[in-house]
Write a protein that binds this ligand. Structure first.
Ligand code: ADP
Length: 163
């Protein structure tokens, strides 16, 4: 039940000064941060994260726009741990389309654009954060972004009081 998941604060989230706010929301529910760093990746590396799978699901044009978006500035990458952490983080993040994301979610509170608008602009949806979609993605992404030595094991007060 204890899972690890990968989270990235995308370039717009960093440039808008939302790093602290986002980390606070994940910490507030008792999730444990076990790895974190700032990186400015190039397109070659970005292609390993946004693989052919995204082109199959969303279209090749979306993958191209996404590669531009994720490489346009530095990002904060993090590993988080907790009970059902993958689903819990996705719940806090909200759905892909900001227009549909409910208030209270990170995307719902800090973004509002729609798929229709992004498509008309020929730009990727800027939705401030990425979080692994499922267990398979989490394993692949954590392994891609972090070496084992960059992930830490320690006890939080939540393990005594929240879990
Ligand atoms: P999520 O990030 O919610 O897991 P996806 O993996 O399907 O969603 O898509 C990755 C990212 O691609 C989204 O977060 C968003 O930034 C962008 N994106 C997805 N679909 C579109 C679209 N139709 N138009 C523009 N950008 C999109």
């Amino acid at each position: 039940m204890i899972e690890r998941t990968f989270v990235a604060i995308k370039p717009d989230g960093v440039q808008r000064g939302l790093v602290g706010e986002i980390i606070k929301r994940l910490e507030n529910v008792g999730l444990k941060i076990i790895g974190m760093k700032m990186m400015w990746i190039d397109k070659e590396f970005a292609k390993k994260h946004y693989t052919e799978d995204i082109a199959k699901r969303r279209g090749e044009h979306v993958r191209e726009m996404l590669l531009d978006y994720i490489t346009e500035g530095p990002i904060i990458v993090m590993a988080w741990e907790g009970i059902h952490a993958i689903d819990v983080v996705r719940k806090l993040v909200g759905p892909t389309e900001p227009k549909s994301a409910l208030p209270g979610t990170i995307r719902g509170d800090f973004t509002h654009v729609s798929f229709t608008h992004a498509d008309a602009q020929k730009k990727s949806i800027k939705n401030v954060i990425h979080a692994s979609g499922d267990g398979k993605d989490a394993k692949y992404e954590l392994n891609l972004w972090f070496s084992p030595l960059e992930l830490h094991t320690y006890r939080t007060v939540h393990e005594a009081h929240v879990m």
